[in-house]
Design a protein around this ligand. Structure first.
Ligand code: F6P
Length: 358
């Protein structure tokens, strides 16, 4: 591979805490090799739109700022697909990379971005290394994606806060969390936040199962309860509760908390329910120490891989080790949902949490 002199970095997909820590890590590590780092604005848009939108990132202008400690993406991100023909976009993307003279591009993204951007790179002949991030933790082949831990903390904090008002008013409070079609965020938050019930898209549930659990709590003498539901959960019969779509026609999750609240209230008088839809605060908040560390580890590993001539791979944490997989393997693996036999699901069962019917 041609000797690297200049790399680009972009953040793609929904933002999350830890993206700026990755940028910090990449800029610092690349500077050690004498490379220039171009920060591309707004995901792939910075390279596919004209004029190109980017800025040169140096240790002094990026690291000497509060940004590495903050959430959001300093560079901006793009989380909707585009309607245009991928070949046309890939061509503009490739021309943009060429115009800037980038020898490779680092893409901080989730499963969707690994797929879409690696496809552009393949079509345009651009070298890429992926760095996994997402609050959904559904990027395949890595145990953890950057941003997941901070989102879990936000959900756990919300449960801690909700408990007090649930107790005052003797209510069953429902917390609807994000996660798209994966239940990782919901189950981690439910276990850490000591919830009584947790519903995830991967495990079917029944209204009767929920009511039985609430009645068991009532019979035990406790007069409040916490329920976590993942936004991707469907009705008992497997129907989506919303047909909402974004501006390019992709489905938007949300509303299952409100749906369940009404259903429980209509069928069970033991507890009154209320709903909190936590929303985008799950993507914000200062990155936890774990996410900062993971960002620095994976970001610097991506640079190391490039320095040794490896490309077209995604860095990952697997079996407690830092490693990497080919982008082909990553794309073929698709999206990783919650394994119904995972330690967290087992622990939830063991402590008597209702997490559906199996
Ligand atoms: O993928 C991250 C995520 O936050 C999902 O958990 C959620 O379903 C989605 O993005 C929300 O996207 P938007 O920011 O477009 O509302």
């Amino acid at each position: 591979m041609k000797k690297i002199k200049k790399i680009g970095i972009l953040t793609s997909g929904g933002d999350c805490a830890g993206l700026n820590a990755v940028i910090f890590s990449v800029v610092n590590a690349a500077t050690r090799f004498g490379w220039e780092v171009y920060g591309i604005h707004d995901g792939t848009d910075g390279l596919t739109n004209r004029p190109l939108s980017y800025e040169i990132l140096t240790e002094s202008n990026f690291s000497n700022s509060p940004w590495p400690r903050l959430s959001g993406s300093y560079l901006g991100s793009l989380n909707t697909g585009v309607k245009e023909d991928p070949e046309i976009i890939a061509k503009r993307f490739g021309e943009g990379v060429k115009e800037l003279g980038l020898d490779a591009i680092l893409v901080v993204g989730g499963d969707g971005s690994m797929n879409i951007v690696s496809n552009y790179c393949k079509m345009a002949g651009v070298k890429m290394i992926g760095i996994p991030k997402t609050i959904d933790n559904d990027t395949p082949l890595t145990e953890f994606s950057i941003g997941f831990n901070t989102a879990c903390q936000a959900c756990t904090n919300a449960l801690d806060d909700l408990l007090l008002t649930a107790r005052s008013h003797h209510r069953a409070l429902i917390l609807e969390v994000m996660g798209r079609d994966a239940g990782h965020l919901a189950i981690h938050a439910a276990v850490a936040g000591f919830a009584d019930i947790c519903l995830v898209p991967e495990i079917p549930y029944t209204l009767q199962g929920i009511i039985n659990k609430l009645e068991e709590i009532k019979q035990s003498g406790r007069r409040h309860s916490l329920i976590v539901v993942s936004e991707g959960v469907k009705t008992e019969n497997g129907e989506a509760v919303t047909d909402a779509v974004n501006m390019v026609g992709e489905k938007i999750n949300g509303g299952i908390g409100e749906y369940l609240s009404k259903l429980i209230n209509a069928n069970y008088k033991g507890f009154q329910t209320r709903v909190t839809k936590l929303g985008h605060v799950q993507r914000s908040g200062n990155p936890t120490m774990f996410d900062r560390g993971l960002a620095v580890v994976l970001g610097s590993e991506a640079v190391r891989l490039l320095s040794e001539g490896h490309t077209d791979r995604m860095v990952a944490l697997a079996g407690g080790k830092v490693t990497s997989f080919s982008l082909e393997e990553v794309v073929a693996a698709g999206t990783t949902g919650l394994d119904a036999h995972s330690p967290y699901v087992k622990a939830a069962h063991n402590i008597g949490m209702y997490i559906g019917e199996e």
